[in-house]
Design a protein around this ligand. Structure first.
Ligand code: 26Q
Length: 827
C-alpha cells in the first residue's frame, strides 16, 4: 500500500457523529462484543474492555476527522512534538471524561451486569516511557488537544514498553511488558503513509550539469516505517489531536539477495532485524550512551517524522520549501530525537536540492530543543565511528555544521582555542563522539529548561558558552501536569467537592482553583470536614492497593508519607530510608512521646544495569521487613515498597498521600512533576530547594511547605570540604542510624550486602551529599509530624496546596510554549 495508490473519496457520504446516549452505547457495546469480537456466552473481562474501547472509539472518529481537516488547511501552522517516549497510561477512562459520556456508559453496562470500573481496570498501561520526560509528553498532548492547539505527537510504537517490576526476596526482577499482546483498540494503522528509512551504505559526491555539487546516499539498508495513530481527545471541546507512533518492518527488497540465493531463513532473519528497531523501549532514565540499536531508534523516529511532515507539506506546496518555516515547528524532547537537525538538512539539500544556506535557514528556524537534565554524565554523545557506519551522510553534515560553527566561534573569540574545543560538536578527548546537546543548541532557535532554577543553571553552567553566544535562544518553560488526568480522573471525590464548592471551571482553567482559599480564610469547619473525608476515602483506596501488593497494612489514621519516582542516587531515596531507620530507632528507645504514626511508601523502578539503584530497592525491602515484623513498632511505623510503580498506580497514590517526598540534592532534579501531582491532590511537600519545588514553595508560601537542606550553590561550595565522618560524629541520631545499618541489623542472613550503600554515604566524594542534609531533613520531618497532629492546621495546609496549584497545569505550560516558541493559532 502506498500514498500514491490513494483514491479520492467522492462516492461515499461524509462521516457523521454517532449518538452516545445510554441506549446507543449499550447497542454499540453489544455489537462489538458479539458481532465483531464473536463472544456470545460468558464474558472474558478483557473482551469487555476491548468492546467498550471500540464503542468509545467510534464516538471519537467524527471529531478526529474534523480536527484533521482543520489542521490540513494550507494556512494552519503546526507544531510537532518529537519524543522517544510518551508515557500515556490508560486511555478509556480519560476519553470517557473528555467526551463527557461516563454516566451513560456506566448505565449502558448495567444491562450486562458489568461494572465500568472493572472494565477500565482491564486496560494495560501504554508504558512507552521511563518516567518524568515521557509522562510530560503525554500531559503536553492532553493540554494541546484541550487548548485546540494544532500539535502532532511523533513517537515510537514499542512492542514492549517499560519493563514490569517484580520483587523477589527484596530484589528487583524485570519482566517484559508485552502491552500489545492482545492488540490495541485505540490505534489506527495507516500503512498508506509508510516511509522508507535508510541506514548504512556510503555517500557519493557528484556534480550536476551546472557544475553544482550534490550528494547521494547509496547502497543503504532500508527499513519501512508504518504509522499508527492514537487519538488524543481534548476536554469537551470536540477536538481530537493525533499521536503518530512508528513501527518498523522490513522492506520486501531488504533481503532479496539472500532470497534469490535460496536462503529463506537468512531472508527472514533480516526481516526480524529490521523489526527489532521498534521492539523495546530502553529502560534507562539517565543516559547509557553507545547502544547502536538506540541510535537506530532515534534516527528512525526523526527521519520518518520529518518525511511525514514533508509529505503533508507537498500536498499543498509541492516542492516549494521557501515558506516551510512559517508553517512548521519541531519541538525536540531532550537530545533523543536531535539527529532530526541533520536529517532535515539532508533531505532539504540532497532530495529537495536546496543550497546549504537555504536549508540551514529553514532548519534553524523550525527546530526547538528542550533540555531535561543537569547531570553532565547524562548528556548524550554518540561515537563518531558508529555514526559514520550507520548514518554516513548525516555524519558528513554534522562535521560541516561543526566546521562552520567553529569558524564563527573563532571569528568572535579569535585565538581562544580552548573555547573552540569546549564548544565543538565533536568531543575529541578519547574516542571521538558527537555531543548531541550541542548539535541541538546550534541547530535550534529556542533552547529551554523545565523549571526556573534548572533554566538558570543551564545558562550559568552546562551551556554557559552557548548562552554567552546566543542569550536570546535560551528560555524557561516550567513543567506542569494535566489537571484532567491528575485531579478530575484520578480523584473523582475531590473533583465532586470542588465542583460543588467552586464550580467546574477549574478543569479547563486551573487558575480558578485559587478560590478555594476563601474556605481557609473563612475558617469553614464544615468544609474542612468534607476535605478530610475525601482524603480519608482516598487513603483507604491507597491502603487497599498497598495491602494487596505488599501485604502491609496501612492505618488511614497514620500520616501517609510517600516517595514514588525512578530510583536514582540524586533523588536520594536513601535519605528517606535513613529517616525511616531513625524513626525505628526512636521507637526502640521508647522515645515516642507525642508520636505521629507514619505509613511510609516508596516505589519506583531501577534501570536494570544500575547496581546502586537496585541495592537501594533491596535496602527498602529489608528495612520494611524488619520494621513491619517488630511487635514493638505496631502502627507507629509501617514501611512498604510498592512494586511496579506506573501511571495507573500513581492515579491511586497521589490522591491518598499526605506528605510528598521531594528530597533530591539541590541543583540536580531539573523539575520534577510528581511533586505537582501530589500538590494538586492536597499533599504537603517535604522538599529541598530544587527544580520546581522552588516554584511550588513560592506559590504556596513557606509556611505550607517543609523546606530543608542545602541550596544549589551551598551544595557546590560544600563538595570540596565535605566530611561525612565529622557529620556522623557530631550527630547522635545519625550515629545511631549508621551503627544500626553497619551492625547488619537489616541483613542478618545476607552479610555485607549493603556495604556499597554504607560506603557511598560515608564517602567524602559522595556526589549527592546525603548526610549533609540528614539533620535538617529530620528536623523538617519532626515539624511535619507535629503539624499533622494539629488536624485543623494540617487540613488548611492541604487545602492551600491544592488552591495554589493552578500554575502547575500543563495548560499554562503549553500556552507559554505557544506564546514564546510555537506561535500557533488556537484553531
Ligand atoms: C538516554 C540514552 C539511552 C537510553 C535512554 C536514555 C534516556 C531515557 C530517558 C535518558 C533520559 C531519560 C529521561 C529523563 C527524564 O525523565 N528526565 C526528567 O524529566 C522530567 C520532565 O522534564 C523532569 O521533571 C525531571 O526532573 C527529569 O529528571
Amino acid at each position: 500500500m502506498n500514498d500514491k495508490d490513494w483514491i479520492e473519496d467522492n462516492t461515499i457520504s461524509e462521516i457523521e457523529p454517532l449518538p452516545a446516549d445510554t441506549r446507543s452505547m449499550a447497542e454499540g457495546f453489544n455489537r462489538y462484543l458479539r458481532n465483531h469480537l464473536g463472544h456470545f456466552m460468558g464474558f472474558v473481562p478483557y473482551y469487555l474492555y476491548e468492546a467498550l474501547a471500540l464503542t468509545v472509539r467510534d464516538r471519537i472518529m467524527y471529531p478526529w476527522h474534523q480536527t484533521w481537516q482543520r489542521y490540513n488547511q494550507p494556512d494552519t501552522r503546526k507544531a510537532y512534538y518529537l519524543s522517544l517516549e510518551f508515557l500515556i497510561g490508560r486511555a478509556l477512562g480519560n476519553h470517557l471524561l473528555n467526551l463527557n459520556i461516563k454516566d451513560q456508559t456506566h448505565d449502558a453496562l448495567l444491562d450486562f451486569s458489568v461494572e465500568l470500573e472493572d472494565v477500565i481496570d482491564e486496560e494495560p498501561d501504554a508504558g512507552l516511557g521511563n518516567g518524568g520526560l515521557g509522562r510530560l509528553a503525554a500531559c503536553f498532548m492532553d493540554s494541546c488537544a484541550s487548548l485546540d492547539l494544532p500539535v502532532i505527537g511523533y513517537g515510537i510504537r514499542y512492542e514492549y514498553g517499560m519493563f514490569r517490576q517484580l520483587i523477589e526476596k527484596g530484589f528487583q526482577v524485570e519482566e517484559p511488558d508485552h502491552w500489545l499482546r492482545d492488540g490495541n483498540p485505540w490505534e489506527v494503522a495507516r500503512p498508506e503513509f509508510e516511509q522508507t528509512i535508510h541506514f548504512g551504505g556510503r555517500t557519493e559526491h557528484f556534480h550536476d550539469q551546472e557544475g553544482v555539487e550534490h550528494v547521494r546516499w547509496v547502497d543503504t539498508e532500508d527499513v519501512i516505517a508504518i504509522p499508527y495513530d492514537m487519538p488524543i481527545s481534548g476536554y469537551r471541546n470536540q477536538n481530537v489531536n493525533t499521536l503518530r507512533l512508528w513501527k518498523a518492518t522490513a522492506t520486501e527488497l531488504f533481503s532479496l539477495a539472500d532470497f534469490n540465493a535460496g536462503s529463506y531463513s537468512e531472508a527472514v532473519e533480516a526481516k526480524n532485524d529490521a523489526e527489532h528497531i521498534t521492539t523495546v523501549l530502553y529502560p534507562n532514565d539517565a543516559s547509557e550512551s553507545g547502544k547502536e540499536l538506540r541510535l537506530k531508534q532515534q534516527y528512525f523516529l526523526a527521519s520518518a517524522s520529518i518525511k511525514d511532515v514533508m509529505r503533508l507539506w507537498e500536498r499543498t506546496h509541492a516542492d516549494d520549501y521557501s515558506c516551510f518555516a512559517e508553517f512548521n515547528v519541531f519541538q525536540m524532547n531532550d537530545t533523543h530525537p536531535t539527529i532530526a537537525v541533520a536529517e532535515l538538512m539532508r533531505i532539504l539539500m540532497d532530495d529537495k536540492r536546496l543550497t546549504w544556506d537555504e536549508a540551514w535557514k529553514i532548519t534553524t528556524s523550525t527546530m526547538a530543543y528542550t533540555n531535561h537534565t543537569l547531570l553532565p554524565e547524562a548528556l548524550e554523545t554518540w561515537p563518531v565511528d558508529m555514526m559514520q557506519r550507520l548514518l554516513p551522510r548525516l555524519m558528513e553534515i554534522i562535521f560541516h555544521i561543526n566546521e562552520l560553527f567553529l569558524h564563527d566561534i573563532s571569528m568572535k573569540w579569535p585565538g581562544d582555542s580552548e573555547r573552540q574545543a569546549r564548544m565543538s560538536l565533536i568531543a575529541e578527548d578519547g574516542q571521538k563522539r558527537v555531543r548531541m546537546a550541542y548539535l541541538a543548541i546550534v541547530g535550534s532557535f529556542s533552547v529551554n529548561g523545565v523549571a526556573a532554577l534548572h533554566s538558570k543553571l543551564l545558562c550559568e553552567g552546562l551551556f554557559r558558552d552557548f548562552y554567552e553566544l546566543w542569550p536570546e535562544k535560551f528560555n524557561n518553560k516550567t513543567n506542569g501536569v494535566t489537571p484532567r488526568r491528575w485531579i478530575a480522573y484520578a480523584n473523582p471525590e475531590l473533583s465532586a467537592l470542588l465542583n460543588d464548592k467552586i464550580g467546574d471551571e477549574w478543569v479547563s482553567d486551573l487558575s480558578k482553583i485559587k478560590s478555594l482559599e476563601s474556605f481557609v480564610a473563612n475558617n469553614d469547619q464544615a468544609f474542612f470536614k468534607q476535605w478530610d473525608d475525601v482524603k480519608r476515602a482516598n487513603k483507604q483506596r491507597l491502603a487497599d492497593l498497598v495491602v494487596d501488593a505488599c501485604g502491609v497494612v496501612f492505618d488511614v489514621n497514620s500520616m501517609f508519607d510517600v516517595q514514588v519516582k525512578r530510583i536514582h542516587e540524586y533523588k536520594r531515596q536513601l535519605l528517606n530510608i535513613l529517616h525511616v531507620i531513625h524513626c525505628y530507632w526512636r521507637i526502640k528507645q521508647d522515645d515516642v512521646d507525642e508520636w505521629t504514626n507514619r505509613a511510609v511508601l516508596i516505589g519506583g523502578k531501577a534501570a536494570p544495569g544500575y547496581h546502586m539503584a537496585k541495592l537501594i530497592i533491596k535496602l527498602v525491602n529489608n528495612v520494611a521487613d524488619v520494621i513491619n515484623n517488630d511487635p514493638d513498632v505496631g502502627d507507629r511505623l509501617k514501611v512498604a515498597f510498592l512494586p511496579d510503580y506506573n501511571v495507573s498506580k500513581m492515579e491511586i497514590i497521589c490522591p491518598g498521600t499526605d506528605l510528598s517526598e521531594q528530597v533530591s540534592t539541590a541543583g540536580k532534579e531539573a523539575s520534577g512533576t510528581g511533586n505537582m501531582k501530589f500538590m494538586m491532590n492536597g499533599a504537603v511537600t517535604i522538599g529541598t530547594y530544587d527544580g520546581a519545588n522552588i516554584e511550588i514553595l513560592e506559590a504556596v508560601g513557606e509556611e505550607n511547605f517543609f523546606l530543608f537542606g542545602l541550596k544549589a550553590d551551598e551544595v557546590e561550595a560544600t563538595r570540596h570540604q565535605y566530611d561525612p565522618q565529622a557529620i556522623i560524629d557530631n550527630d547522635e541520631d545519625l550515629k545511631a542510624v549508621i551503627q544500626l545499618l553497619e551492625s547488619g541489623h537489616f541483613n542478618l542472613f545476607e552479610p555485607h550486602i549493603f556495604d556499597d550503600i554504607i560506603g557511598s554515604v560515608k564517602s567524602p566524594h559522595d556526589p549527592w551529599l546525603t548526610l549533609a542534609d540528614f539533620r535538617s531533613y529530620v528536623d523538617a520531618q519532626d515539624m511535619a509530624a507535629a503539624t499533622y497532629r494539629d488536624r485543623e492546621k494540617w487540613l488548611k495546609m492541604s487545602v492551600l496546596n491544592t488552591a495554589n496549584s493552578g500554575f502547575f497545569s500543563t495548560d499554562r505550560t503549553m500556552q507559554e510554549y505557544n506564546r514564546d516558541i510555537w506561535k500557533l493559532k488556537q484553531s
